[in-house]
Write a protein that binds this ligand. Structure first.
Ligand code: ADP
Ligand code: MG
Length: 576
């Protein structure tokens, strides 16, 4: 953008984004943001939330920081803006190499950026923070802001630090715009509480008239895959089938593919990025018609013409359900939303939640580990601890978060504990931290040039430089092409304070008890949705606090044609 860029939202909408008019609530939200007020925008998926910060960013003189949880989405948005001629935008996340990061830091220091997208875990990076403190920040936009709420359905511990970060930025802190498609009152209230601010709230209707809701109740799980196959054979166009477990995704996809249906699977355990991208792209291009997936699939899949979403297992909450079915029919044409319910799945889902709630024993184990390190700085591999304790990573990070709030520990930015180094040359004269760099490369590891994995804690003791500092020096050496560097064994530095001895296990247990209770209540609601004889659309909209009168004629209660293989006429096997 240059000095000639228009400063009026509508003109920007027309000339930069090529849209003729605003969609519902966009203009009001943008107006509120431009007035410098804290704002919470609650609009359904596809409503156009991005413009609500992109347009103000182009109007403001200063920088707009956009916090976004998805690295892939970040890149897509920045590429999209550049294509529209907006070049002073960048993104920064853990996937970028340090020389690219450095370039962005320089742009920030020179006030050359209008918009910076950051991942929440990058935002807590000390270096970035200290640069941002000296920037003129006009707005902090937090996308998917419901991730800050443990009562939401997509909690991300990294979001909890945002409050502290925003306060540390400027005095007074810059205005905040939170954006989400999660409309429950609990989330609306909790987001503001966690951010420590009061917001003007803007909400649009969540009704999606072209979605056809259908619930199919099954007596048993026996023959369920055949019912699914039957449905898929009748349906036309692209379909996502959501399941709750990785294994189900794989087995079901194989079954469907063997039956001659064009099917692939997707889940969070597929680690190969290329593989993931290929599955997504094949689905988007229509090369594969059906994807059987866990809820890892979908966010950021920009496909207009998905004709059906089938929930093969019970979703965890109405929020999850509505977010997932919301991916269908973005083109406005009719799309089906089938939910297959069986008691068996409900029981399995509840067991899963109990399994992920830390027990007294597990909490004590974490506390024990920390207490033994009282007064020290330790490096904790959260994933490994979680694995050892047979717990999910999220509860462990929650325990750490609460301990930090109790002042029993301080946690710092992630570091790597192992490195593999290949010397390219020994000239470190122009390198930052030159003296320490010289000391490092005099060490045997570097001299021998074995290119084996070295333990940075051992190295730290022998050269008397802290591990986080060694991380920085190695990265500088890499930028200066003195070494080739590979990093491994990432962990969180934790300083354990004397307060750790006074932590009350019961207090932590209660927190998790309340979380479990809330998760169970969410499942109760989904079961109520399945069993209720009232209009499905009305049920969902009421759940999100929206009134709805009359019959929708587009759900399996209001319209007999949508009963498919039979709501209320309970199905047992294929011929129900
Ligand atoms: P959300 O974040 O709310 O899910 P996005 O910001 O990704 O939605 O926008 C969804 C789509 O709507 C995008 O393709 C965007 O270009 C389009 N869009 C947004 N605002 C408008 C508008 N005023 N007129 C036409 N299309 C719009
Ligand atoms: Mg969005």
């Amino acid at each position: 953008m240059d000095a000639n860029t228009p400063k009026d939202p509508l003109t920007i909408l027309n000339t930069v984004f090529n849209h003729s008019s605003f969609r519902p609530r966009q203009e009001e939200i943008i107006g509120n943001v431009l007035a410098g007020k804290n704002t919470l925008a609650i609009l359904p998926t596809g409503a156009g939330k991005s413009l609500c910060f992109q347009i103000p960013a182009l109007v403001f003189d200063g920088l707009t920081v956009v916090v976004s949880p998805l690295i892939a989405l970040m890149k897509d948005q920045v590429d999209g803006l550049r294509k529209k001629g907006v070049h002073d935008v960048a993104y920064i996340n853990s996937m970028l190499d340090s020389s690219t990061k450095e370039r962005i830091y320089e742009l920030l220091k020179a006030s050359k950026l209008k918009m910076l997208y950051v991942a929440p875990e990058t935002f807590v990076d000390n270096k970035l923070m200290s640069i941002l403190k000296s920037c003129n920040i006009s707005l902090i936009a937090i996308d998917e802001v419901h991730c800050i709420s443990v009562w939401g359905h997509n909690f991300r511990p990294d979001y909890l630090r945002l409050r502290r970060m925003i306060r540390a930025l400027n005095n007074p802190p810059p205005p905040v715009l939170g954006l989400t498609a999660t409309a429950t009152k609990t989330v609306e209230v909790d987001v503001q509480k966690q951010l420590g601010i009061k917001c003007d709230v803007f909400k649009a209707s969540f009704d999606r008239k072209n979605l056809l809701f259908s619930v199919i109740r099954l007596k048993t799980n026996y023959g369920k895959e055949k019912i699914l196959k039957g449905l898929l054979e009748k349906l036309k166009g692209s379909v996502i089938v959501y399941v709750n477990f990785t294994r189900t995704a794989e087995e079901l996809a194989t079954y469907l593919a063997d039956a001659g249906l064009s099917t692939s699977y997707y889940h969070g355990q597929i680690k190969d990025k290329e593989e993931r991208r290929r599955i997504q792209n094949d689905f988007i291009s229509g090369g594969t018609r059906i994807v059987v997936a866990t809820n890892a699939f979908g966010m950021g899949i920009d496909k207009e013409d998905i004709r059906a979403i089938i929930h093969y297992n019970l979703p965890k909450s109405i929020e999850n359900y509505y977010q997932e079915v919301g991916r269908a029919g973005r083109d406005g044409k009719p799309a089906y939303c089938f939910l297959l319910y069986s008691k068996m799945d409900e029981i399995k889902l509840r067991k899963l939640i109990q399994y992920n709630t830390p027990s007294r024993k597990q909490i004590k184990a974490v506390l024990g580990l920390l207490t033994r390190a009282e007064g020290k700085l330790i490096y904790v591999n959260v994933k490994k601890v979680a694995n050892d304790l047979k717990l999910d990573e999220v509860p462990i990070r929650l325990i750490l978060h609460h301990l930090e709030r109790m002042d029993a520990i301080n946690t710092y930015f992630r570091i790597f504990r192992r490195a593999s180094v290949k010397m390219l040359n020994a000239d470190v004269k122009s390198v930052k931290y030159q003296q320490e760099a010289e000391k490092l490369i005099r060490n045997v590891y570097f001299k021998e040039n074995l290119k084996r994995w070295m333990d940075l804690e051992v190295l730290s003791r022998s050269v008397q430089i802290s591990v986080p500092r060694i991380n920085n020096i190695l990265r500088e050496l890499k930028i200066a092409r003195v070494i080739e560097l590979e990093e491994r064994d990432f962990c969180t530095p934790i300083k354990v304070n004397p307060g750790i001895k006074d932590v009350d296990t019961i207090e932590l247990l209660e927190i998790f008890f309340r979380l479990e209770e809330s998760s169970m209540k969410k499942i109760d609601k989904v079961v109520e949705y399945v069993e209720s004889g009232e209009c499905k659309r009305k049920f969902i909209l009421n759940y999100f606090g929206e009134d709805y009168e009359g019959t929708c004629n587009a759900c399996s209660v209001c319209n007999p044609l949508l009963r498919g293989i039979g709501e209320d006429t309970e199905v047992n096997g294929l011929n129900g």
